[in-house]
Ligand binder design. Structure first.
Ligand SMILES: [Fe+2]
Ligand SMILES: [Fe+2]
Length: 345
């Protein structure tokens, strides 16, 4: 079930994610920051209703979300006038804590299933890809190993989706229904696959690049959620922890039969730059194979155009300009090849 979570405190987002994912997909937004939600799923509002300005902001967000039937508000101080305020804003039910809201959501989901009146969903194949990503990440997060067949299934589904929707349709769907690490992985894989198709790679080479993209950030499954989902810039210590994810991903994959050494190498080296300024091994051009160069371009472009709770996505034009401005860090001949896809596909 898609849960649109609206709060006035960014610090609450990691906890609600931890409580709801992977059972539900969570789209989190901070009040007063665009973009707001697509009109689908269940709305969960957790904000201080004692402030008139907050109430006005909630009204603004709810305007246009009439198609969302379930609007659950958390009113921490279970005071009558705040409960009345929640219902006046359009709440369909009120919980006195985030914990109670989580329990209520489970009931809402059961009711929806029973009445066969499920929420609007992403297209089937995309929902499958997302579910497979979620299960891969949660398996790794829980200390289990990756099943290479799962990664191959996701990759094949994304290749099929790109063929079906084209890159623009795919980007729109992913950004509407997903966020955070899953959105990023879906975007990178879709962009890498579309790039490979655009430059006329053979089918098996599209799949090779797709597999590397699917798994490239798997190490993030072991990065603590408060850092991974921090709604703002990381401080230097957090940045240092985050920069461990390529090596963690490499360690997670290196002994798994059925994952090629090329994919494992791409996972470790997708943050390397041709001029030696990347990490974790400060490789230089001659040590960086083509598949990694393609993946790095796709990864950076995806990160720039992602929707984040705290900033608007960058336009594809501006994102492409940044790739060009990175000069000798990236293979500029490939960046020029990427132009057609970045700007027009
Ligand atoms: Fe990464
Ligand atoms: Fe990435």
């Amino acid at each position: 079930m898609l849960v649109c979570y609206l709060t006035d405190e960014p610090g609450k987002i990691p906890a609600i994610r931890a409580a709801l994912e992977p059972r539900h997909q969570v789209l989190a937004r901070v009040l007063g920051q665009e973009p707001v939600f697509a009109p689908s799923g269940v709305l969960l509002v957790d904000a201080d209703l004692r402030h008139a300005a907050r109430v006005e902001e909630i009204k603004h967000v709810l305007h246009g979300l009439d198609t969302i039937n379930e609007k659950l508000f958390v009113v921490h101080r279970h005071l009558h006038h705040l409960i009345a305020q929640a219902y006046a804003l359009g709440a369909t039910s009120v919980a006195c804590s985030a914990k109670e809201a989580v329990t209520r959501l489970a009931r809402v989901e059961a009711t929806m299933r029973a009445s066969n009146a499920g929420v609007e969903c992403a297209p089937d194949r995309m929902a499958d890809s997302s579910a497979a990503f979620t299960s891969m990440f949660s398996a790794v997060g829980a200390g289990q190993t990756i099943n290479p067949a799962d990664a191959e299934t996701v990759t094949s589904q994304i290749i099929a989706s790109i063929n079906q929707y084209g890159l623009s349709g795919w980007l729109d769907n992913v950004r509407r229904y997903h966020e955070g690490t899953f959105q990023h992985c879906l975007l990178v894989t879709g962009i890498a696959v579309a790039f490979a198709v655009d430059i006329k790679f053979a089918a098996q080479d599209v799949k090779r690049l797709g597999m590397a993209a699917t798994l490239h950030d798997i190490g993030k499954a072991r990065i603590p959620l408060p850092i991974l989902d921090k709604p703002g810039r990381l401080d230097p210590k957090e940045e240092e922890i985050m920069r461990q994810h390529p090596a963690i991903g490499y360690d997670l994959l290196k002994d798994i039969l059925g994952i090629s050494s090329e994919t494992i190498d791409a996972v470790r080296h997708h943050h390397e730059y041709l001029d030696g300024s990347g990490y974790p091994d400060a490789l230089t051009a001659s040590q960086i194979p083509d598949i990694v160069r393609l993946l790095t371009i796709s990864d950076i472009f995806a990160a720039l155009i992602e929707a984040r709770p705290y900033r608007l996505p960058m336009s594809r034009e501006n994102a492409y300009k940044i790739l060009c401005d990175m000069g000798g860090k990236l293979e500029q001949a490939l960046v020029r090849e990427f132009r057609r896809l970045a700007l027009t596909a």
